[in-house]
Ligand binder design. Structure first.
Ligand code: SAM
Length: 246
């Protein structure tokens, strides 16, 4: 499989991905702001608006996979009512530790649990969640099909699957500008802030090799989901895919 511009074995890839996130964990949120010019906040807000967690007293048990430092989880908790609960599962203990710290600081730890775990082998029983989100996470997973099947397994019938991920830019000229930006500026910023440009080269390459909108939609359908659809944000720089377990 591809890792940056290298080929590595499947077993190696997850280890290298973990190294990237353990290195950047403390500065992860800052880097997002810097590299997306703050856009990731708007994308995440749109994403959580689509999940639309219940605002009233209804209970809602949610799983945020690859939830890292808790950005999506905290948005869900703020958007929803008092009986919304979010479990974060992320493979990086360093990212999870940052997330837990942030949850505590924001007084959200009571309704938000942090766990270390792999998207491909979730440690939760079948049909245990009302919602599943994965934001900027699935392209890091070695076997996307396994992660999608796990998402399906842990969702209750009627449960909602939502994925936010970098995608294929579909606006002429904008794709050229985006290419130039991501291949030169992103590793350069990464090097200045974290002292190492390599992780960010991986990041850019992982975006390039991720399946296009329609192909990814077909993969979600293959995992068993119904009513699968997607929408592009910012001309396809990112896309939100949605599906239902029925
Ligand atoms: N969802 C957060 C956000 O949007 O800010 C974090 C996204 S971050 C780009 C990607 C996260 O995926 C990292 O925290 C990384 O540890 C996690 N990750 C990578 N491979 C994973 C896997 N196989 N299972 C679960 N999490 C994984």
């Amino acid at each position: 499989v591809a890792f940056g511009f290298r080929r590595v074995s499947e077993d190696q890839k997850q280890g290298l991905v973990n190294e990237v996130f353990s290195k950047v964990a403390e500065r992860y949120d800052q880097m997002n702001d810097l590299m997306s010019g703050g856009l990731h906040r708007l994308w995440k807000d749109d994403f959580v608006a689509l999940l639309n967690p219940p605002r009233g007293q209804a209970s809602f048990n949610h799983l945020d996979v690859a939830g890292g430092t808790g950005d999506i989880a905290f948005r869900i908790l703020r958007a929803g009512g008092p009986n919304v609960r979010v479990t974060v599962a992320d493979i990086s203990p360093e990212m999870v530790a940052e997330g837990r710290k942030r949850a505590e600081a924001e007084g959200l730890l009571g309704r938000c649990g942090f766990t270390v775990g792999n998207a491909e082998t979730l440690a939760f029983p079948d049909k245990s969640f009302d919602g599943y989100t994965i934001a900027f996470g699935i392209r890091n997973v070695t076997h996307i099909d396994r992660a999608l099947r796990e998402a399906y397994r842990v969702l209750k019938p009627g449960g909602h699957f939502l994925c936010l991920e970098f995608s294929q830019v579909d606006v002429p000229l904008m794709d050229k500008i985006y290419d130039a930006y991501s291949f030169t500026a992103v590793p350069a910023i990464g090097k200045v802030v974290t002292g190492d440009g390599h992780p960010y080269r991986y990041l850019v390459e992982s975006i390039r090799t991720f399946p296009k909108q329609d192909d990814f939609k077909a993969m979600i359908e293959d995992a068993g989901f119904a009513n699968v659809s997607y929408r592009n944000l910012t001309g396809g720089v990112v896309a939100i895919h949605s599906g239902w377990r029925i």
